[in-house]
Structure formats: structure tokens, C-alpha cells
Design a binder for this molecule. Sequence first.
Ligand SMILES: C[S@@+](CC[C@H](N)C(=O)[O-])C[C@H]1O[C@@H](n2cnc3c(N)ncnc32)[C@H](O)[C@@H]1O
Length: 276
Amino acid sequence: MLAYRHAFHAGNHADVLKHCVLQQILMYMNQKDKPYWVIDTHAGAGMYSLSSEYANTKSEYLNGVARLWDQDDLPPVLADYIQLVQQCNSRGDWSLYPGSPEVIRRSIRADDRLRLFELHPTDYEILEQHFDRDRQVKVFKGDGFASLKALLPPPTRRAVVFMDPPYEIKSDYQKVIQSLEEGFSRFAEGVYVIWYPILSRGDHLKMIESMRALSEKTLNISITVQEPDEKGFGMLGSGLFIINPPWVLKETMQSVMPYLVNQLAQYPQAHYQITD
Ligand SMILES: C[S@@+](CC[C@H](N)C(=O)[O-])C[C@H]1O[C@@H](n2cnc3c(N)ncnc32)[C@H](O)[C@@H]1O
């Protein structure tokens, strides 16, 4: 069953964290004069309208990207990210929000390659059309968890794998581990970026423990922005677990997270964590 549509959530606080970190990782990859691949195992639709009915059902972007786009004191990392979002809005408004495939596409160089997986039939169609005739990009209608291993190692022997499942089905947590283990055993040099939600029941904690067991070179960046709702549910925040992170990423994100928490906080105890 594929009930999840990212169009309802585009530009929310989780997207802000995941897309600005992803952009920084790719900027770092670009410093070396050797091509690389990016594999986005759960790509979504690629581009979202913030004026659509979907986006305005809960208007999550208002507590996300919209809290940044009018700021004139953005630290450099967030200025890079907001500039990328702005470049997607050629009419000068803020009506479009780029999903991870578009963030990646705008960050890679001419010799780099992008491989995208999406299972939802409608989002796959939108994504496919969005990158129609783009020779750097290939879009697959398939299971990103299961398909990852077949692309590793990539011909260039440099790659970033971005894994951003919906986690609406509990088995996603286990599938992340299995897919990562398979990928990592074939290509231990890759940079693996795993997004996870922070829910009050703490489902992510066991998954993080298993991911940590895979490698000594890891970085975990998380942000908690809100309290659980009256029933004890809701996404309180989110995080990114990175294997083989660029060595500067920890310091870079340490310099920006206090500002980001301040902007995205929905309650006084909002906080962030960065751990190896
Ligand atoms: C959180 S959204 C992705 C958002 C996107 N990465 C971004 O940052 O803009 C998760 C996507 O994964 C898709 N999906 C769910 N299970 C999948 C699977 N096993 N393989 C590939 N895509 C899947 C969903 O249809 C949904 O579009």
C-alpha cells in the first residue's frame, strides 16, 4: 500500500534539514575533480507546488522553509539552500519547492550522474517527466531498498546514497538496515545519508544503533522542534544519519544548527544534537 505523498509535507522542517545537509555534502563532493553518482532511493515527485491543495492541507512549509526565506541574516549554509530554492522560482515568488532530486540535480556537475527510485505510480510519472531527456538522470519505477545493491559500486567509485523512506510502515526501519548492509558490503567507501523522523515512541533509536554498528565513521545530526500532540503523536523533529561524512560537515553544521533551531522552534525546548 502506498498512501504516502510527499506533496503534503513539501518544505516542512524535515525537508529544510535534509535538503540543506544534502546540498552541503554535494558541494563538498564537488571539490574533488572526479565524477560521482548520487542514488536517491526514495525520490518523491521532484518538484512541489506550495500553492497546491496538497501543500495547503496542513501548510507544513509555513513552519519550515517559509520561516527562512525572508530572513536577511542567514548563515552561509542556509543562504546556499535558500538560494537554491529561490532559483527554482524564476517568477520571483515562493510557489515551488524542490524535492531531493531537484536539489541534487542543481548541485551536481556535468560529469556526475543521478539515479532515482520511486514506487508511487503518480509521483513516478511526475518525476519521469520532470527529468525527461536529461542524460545525467535515470528514473526507475522500483523499490529503492531492494534495488540499491545492483548499482553499487558505481563505475566512478565515488557515490552518495540518499535514503529517505516514508516510515509509515514500521518495516521501513528494518528495510533501511538491510539495504544499507547490502550496499555497504559492496561499497564501503560510499557516503550514505539516511533520513529518519523523531516520533515520541522512539522508533528511530534502535535503527541508529544498528547503523552505528556498520562503521566507525558516522555523523548523526538531529533537530527537535515540537512537542507531541495531545494524543502523544506527531513528528517532533527529524535527523540524518551519515556514514562516511565529509570531514568538515560536523563543524559546518555545528555553526548553523543554533540558528536553525531558533528559526524552526515551535516550543521553547526545541534543540539539536550532533554526535559522531
Ligand atoms: C519522504 S518521500 C521522499 C521525499 C524526497 N526524498 C525529497 O526529499 O523530496 C518518500 C517517497 O518514497 C516513496 N517510496 C515508498 N517506498 C518506496 C520504496 N520501497 N522504493 C522507492 N520509493 C518508495 C514514496 O512514494 C515517497 O514518494
